[in-house]
Ligand binder design. Structure first.
Ligand code: BDR
Ligand code: CA
Length: 324
């Protein structure tokens, strides 16, 4: 690759929209993916790691995959099979082929530490699953808070929740880990539901992906499963399904896709019904007297049509990477 603008580690729990994020990153010249690290979240760690390996193998991506945390720090929950299927990456038709490809030796947490240590100030960690691995990194090595370039993550919300009225799934799945990350001092860039609910993969986008390969089309089949789940949950009248995780990569490719605000943010833990809520302080204040620590760059608005066009182009590219 010639001079990428961003060197990233993708920490993920694939996951349909995780797959779209990985493909978007693999497709675009400005992104170099140094490693994929896995975490339990949408499904068990065995499943999310297997899915990550199947993605890199099926699409011919030369990216090492490392297994991460088996369970959250404290929270215990049933994996949400209703959303991504029992495998974590179900399809309405063709599945990604199984693969002999293996995860790299060594733990994801050690891999992140090693890669950041070797490249201080260079590595963006893109977190699109629960934050367990990053919390462990920062617990083992708090000094890395100044060596990680930034953490760009999908999680939380400056508005509505999804898994509960207050909380978004990735943060809720391991709220203690998320609180560690929010309070770490690392530069944080957040794509929460308030923004990702604007970024639809529209029905015509999936149709365009399918049309690019009218025979067996695993990319369209996987995206149709994801959209179908959303339509069953949110209503069949919807024009598309929110594509959460690729927002992170789209922002790195083209920050003008999003309007951002630098704000104070924290994560609610404990026994309250608001467990896992991201508390983003949206109160307007006179800058001359504002003493608050604004620790999170928060996506507030998305350019939805341009986002959809970008992701669709990457997914069409991906259909051509699968051998028949
Ligand atoms: C997040 O939860 C998962 O289901 C998706 O992959 C995304 O990371 C959305 O709340
Ligand atoms: Ca995810």
């Amino acid at each position: 690759m010639s001079n990428p603008s961003h060197r990233v580690i993708i920490d993920c729990d694939p996951g349909h929209d995780d797959m779209a994020a990985i493909l978007l990153a693999a497709w675009h010249d400005s992104i170099q993916v140094e490693a994929i690290t896995t975490v339990c979240g949408n499904a068990s760690l065995d499943n999310t790691t297997n899915n990550a390996l199947r993605i890199v193998a099926a699409f011919g991506l030369d990216i090492p995959v490392y297994r991460g945390a088996v369970q959250p720090l404290l929270h215990r929950y049933e994996f949400p099979a209703a959303f991504h299927g029992p495998s974590g990456l179900d399809s309405v038709g063709v599945d990604l082929p199984q693969t002999d490809r293996q995860a790299e030796k060594g733990h994801a947490v050690d891999a992140i530490i090693r890669i950041v240590d070797a490249n201080p100030g260079e590595i963006t960690v893109v977190v699109i699953g629960p934050m367990t691995n990053l919390a462990l990194v920062l617990a083992l090595r708090p000094d890395l808070a100044t060596k990680i370039k930034q953490i760009v993550f999908m999680g939380g919300s400056a508005g509505e929740g999804n898994v509960t009225p207050a909380a978004e799934f990735n943060i809720w799945a391991d709220a203690e880990a998320a609180r560690i990350v929010f309070r770490s001092g690392v530069k944080l860039v957040m794509f929460g539901l308030n923004a990702t609910h604007q970024t639809l993969l529209r029905r015509q986008d999936v149709a365009a992906v399918r049309a690019a390969r009218p025979d067996a089309n695993v990319v369209a089949d996987i995206m149709d499963f994801y959209c179908g789940t959303y339509y069953r949950f949110a209503g069949a009248d919807k024009p598309g399904a929110p594509l959460h995780d690729p927002c992170t990569i789209a922002y790195l490719i083209d920050p003008s896709l999003f309007a951002m605000a630098q704000l104070p943010g924290d994560v609610i833990v404990g026994d309250a019904e608001t467990y896992g809520q991201t508390l983003i302080d949206l109160r307007p204040q006179d800058p001359a007297h504002d003493q608050r620590v604004k620790n999170v760059g928060v996506a507030m608005q998305a350019d939805a049509p341009r986002f959809a066009a970008l992701v669709t182009e990457a997914l069409i590219w991906a259909t051509g990477r699968i051998s028949a």
